[in-house]
Design a protein around this ligand. Structure first.
Ligand code: BTN
Length: 149
């Protein structure tokens, strides 16, 4: 009788602890930011490396916007969720590169949010113009829900 009670107690504690564990944030999937730009992140491998595509809603150029590849790295040391990451977008329609760094959070409603900062480096013709070649900003990404057919 005592042993059964002990087993039940251990089981309920284990299940309770599992139920309380916070939802983890995963980068894989489709995201949209506050500017209306979208990105798709494919599978993150065991080293934390990932790739994907980025479709910006805005541009600093007068060029026609095209989808561009991204390459990133997710910090794997902390397995407690809400990881940090970085990725680079190599724009196919301009001479620029943008680097993003951020953290994948789960907000108070259980929704995943990517809080990022970015540096956009534009090409300038000469070193005298270097001072005006880098823009900085923040973007907040939320997950695009999966389409059901
Ligand atoms: C360019 O204009 O040369 C390339 C496009 C840059 C788009 C920037 S990157 C940072 C910011 N966040 C976005 O989603 N788009 C802009």
């Amino acid at each position: 009788m005592e042993q059964t009670t002990l087993i039940l107690l251990v089981l309920s504690l284990a299940l309770g602890a599992h139920g309380l564990s916070p939802k983890k944030c995963s980068l894989t999937g489709q995201w949209i930011n506050d500017l209306g730009s979208t990105m798709k992140i494919l599978n993150v491998n065991g080293n934390g490396d990932f790739s994907g595509t980025y479709l910006t809603a805005v541009t600093a150029t007068s060029n026609e916007i095209k989808e561009s590849p991204l390459q990133g790295s997710l910090q794997r040391k902390n397995q407690k969720g809400q990881p940090t990451f970085g990725f680079t977008v190599n724009w196919t329609f301009s001479d620029s590169v943008t680097v993003f760094t951020g953290q994948c959070f789960v907000d108070k409603n259980g929704k995943e949010v990517l809080k990022t900062m970015w540096l956009l480096r534009s090409r300038v013709d000469n070193i005298e113009n270097d001072w005006k070649a880098t823009r900085v900003g923040i973007n907040v990404f939320t997950r695009v829900p999966l389409q059901s057919e």
